[in-house]
Design a protein around this ligand. Structure first.
Ligand code: KMH
Ligand code: ZN
Length: 287
């Protein structure tokens, strides 16, 4: 007979890597005043989210008019400022906005981030199309290898998982040596954000890969719960939802991270530190 109440709480599994995606390219500042769009707002959000349990920040930036941009000078300044003010892993988006040309998306790596997103296929994206043809995927992957930038494979649909297998088969393992994926679920045009789809997608991932999941809009909370149950990691943030609960706008990115951290802790898989996340993903510390 054991007395469980006398034992200290123990994690049931590995800690949870929480990525925050604070801005995205889709929401407008005028419609979502809490969205961080200036460098100062981004740095404040990054610090708050770090304190709330985030280990990685997935970054999209805006121009002086709060429109999405891939301006290299701004990206470089952003990497510098985030590195100076936090120990978060800095993952720049190479997806940008649906209107960004491939050359600008490739040039994102010239800002020398720790990590970047790399989407493994084209997908309908609401009324738009997010274009990621095979030739572009290969070129971007080759540049991550050349620069030693650790990619996170963004998977919006099942065909993207097949393309990830093809990419690794033809071009070998990523910088850092470890495959980490993000299942982006609930985009209108991509795979739905529900538990059955998540389990099926996870079963198709390359052996040894780790993964997080992101539920867009109202699938945010169901996807968090499904991902924790299935042993995965989490991505949350105002890129993915601007509504905290029905009729209640998100007040800050930190409250989304806090909610994810609370649920992860309840699942006995508390948030992972950036240092532990660097070990997991093979991301060197450039600070
Ligand atoms: N903004 C979407 C079109 C990424 O960051 O790599 C693409 C996106 C994916 O957000
Ligand atoms: Zn993004």
């Amino acid at each position: 007979m054991t007395n469980d109440s006398a034992r200290p709480a123990k994690a049931a599994g590995p800690a949870t890597l929480i990525t925050v995606a604070p801005t995205g390219a889709e929401s407008e500042k005028a419609a979502v005043p809490a969205l961080p769009v200036t460098l100062d707002e981004l740095v404040i959000a990054a610090k708050e989210c770090r304190a709330a349990g985030a280990a990685v920040i997935h970054v999209h930036i805006r121009d002086a008019d709060a429109r999405p941009t891939l301006d290299l000078g701004r990206l470089t300044d952003t990497v510098f400022s985030l590195r100076e003010s936090t120990d978060l892993i800095i993952q720049l988006s190479t997806g940008g906005a649906v209107t960004d040309p491939y050359e600008h998306r490739l040039a994102v790596l010239d800002a020398r981030p720790d990590a970047c997103s790399l989407t493994c296929g084209t997908v309908n994206f609401g009324d738009d199309v997010f274009m990621n043809p095979w030739g572009f995927i290969k070129e971007l992957y080759a540049k991550t290898l050349e620069y030693g930038v650790v990619p996170e494979f963004e998977l919006f649909d099942f065909g993207h998982i097949a393309t990830l297998h093809r990419l690794l088969g033809e071009m070998g393992p990523p910088a850092g040596g470890h495959v980490h994926c993000d299942l982006v679920m609930g985009v209108p045009g991509g795979m739905p954000g529900d538990a059955a789809t998540l389990v099926q997608a996870v079963s198709a991932l390359p052996a040894g890969a780790t993964w997080s999941a992101t539920g867009i809009g109202r699938s945010t909370v169901p996807v968090i719960l499904a991902a924790l149950s299935a042993g995965g990691h989490l991505r949350v943030g105002m890129e993915d939802t601007v509504t905290f609960s029905r009729g209640r706008p998100v007040a800050s990115n930190a409250e989304l991270v806090e909610r994810a951290a609370t649920l992860a802790t309840l699942a006995q898989r508390p948030p992972m530190s950036p240092e532990a996340a660097r070990d997991l993903l093979g991301v060197p510390d450039h600070r």
